[in-house]
Design a protein around this ligand. Structure first.
Ligand code: PSU
Ligand code: MN
Length: 308
């Protein structure tokens, strides 16, 4: 076992799927600890794993525990994360060595989940929303480590687009510079998490999981390092009102400025504030969209394995 792999603890079910070259889908854990309240977070974590299984793939929820990067969690571990909630440390790329060496519990962001997935040999990952360039990012330089990870790590990320707490235009510019394709699933419009619309366009509209799988294979066979964003719009029946969301987000950002919140706290603060201001509505939408993403990610993972 290499030194690097000494830090990985792969669940036997995931290990078996990887050995048999079957489809595996990575799932993040920040959504469990920080994204939703208990018990909906636990119910959603289980729902996502089942959704992946229904499509013939194996789920691997990722978190840092007891000095290991766990690839695939037991139900007890999922429950532990769900109950601890925000007491668990939000872990992005730079936090990984601290959390592991000090044997703390870390819930992985998109960046950290991608890093872990690639180490384990998992190519497809489903989440809700990714981080990006914050509004006023040209002054604050608040740019999520998710974007840099997408630039270098070979994992496809299925998300519901980019939440409008961020500057979507600047985020797209950053991704273009870093060579990260942004694909719209059956749409050319980039979705904005709670809404199908955003006013921004994806690079390409892709019509099927098979077409996406072919694009991934082409990219990686050529050695074009880095990830791909697959932006899957929230199902129409669950989408929220665009203007209301814009207003809500504006309010959350004003509150953030007033309180002087910066750094790794800024995203959780904004997400929390939006949740509070939209009451239960955003939670139902959130659950519906991640489920939708888990399904598409599993279909892409299955299609990818078939074409090999
Ligand atoms: N955006 C969302 N929902 C989320 C996140 C972002 O719409 O849950 C979380 C993800 O875990 C993402 C992280 O990777 O926030 C980005 O945090 P930061 O901006 O501090 O990099
Ligand atoms: Mn940030």
């Amino acid at each position: 076992m290499s030194q690097k792999h000494a830090y990985l603890a792969i669940h036997p079910e995931v290990q078996k799927a990887l050995q048999n070259k079957q489809a595996v889908v990575a799932l993040e854990s920040t959504i469990i600890s920080h994204g939703m309240p208990f018990p909906q977070n636990l119910e959603t974590a289980i729902l996502l794993e089942n959704e992946v299984r229904k499509q013939g793939a194996t789920p691997a929820t990722i978190a840092l525990m007891n000095g290991k990067i766990k690839i695939g969690l037991t139900e007890e571990e999922l429950e532990y994360l769900a109950k601890k909630g925000t007491e668990v440390i939000k872990t992005s790329r730079r936090d990984i060595p601290y959390i592991l060496s000090q044997k703390l519990t870390g819930a992985t962001t998109v960046a950290a989940t991608m890093f872990a997935a690639e180490k384990a040999g998992i190519l497809v990952f489903a989440t809700g929303g990714i981080g990006g360039v914050h509004r006023d990012g040209t002054n604050t330089m608040d740019i999520s480590a998710d974007l840099q990870e997408l630039a270098t790590t070979n994992v496809a990320v299925v998300c519901a687009g980019i939440k409008s707490i961020l500057d979507l235009g600047l985020t797209l510019e950053y991704l273009e510079t870093q060579g990260v394709p942004v694909l719209g699933y059956q749409t050319k419009e980039l979705p904005a998490f709670y809404t199908q619309k955003s006013g921004f366009t994806a690079d390409y509209a892709m019509q099927s999981p098979e077409a996406i799988a072919r694009l991934l294979q082409t990219k990686w066979v050529l050695g074009l390092q880095g990830g791909v964003i697959i932006a899957n719009p929230i199902p129409k029946e669950h989408s929220l009102d665009f203007d209301l969301m814009q207003k809500t987000i504006q309010q959350a950002i004003e509150e953030q400025k007033k309180r002087g919140i910066t750094g790794k706290e800024s995203t959780p603060f904004l997400l929390g504030k939006v949740k509070e201001l939209t009451a239960g509505k955003s939670l139902t939408a959130n659950i519906a969209l991640v489920k939708n993403n888990a399904r598409l990610a599993a279909q892409i993972a299955v299609a990818y394995k078939k074409q090999l």
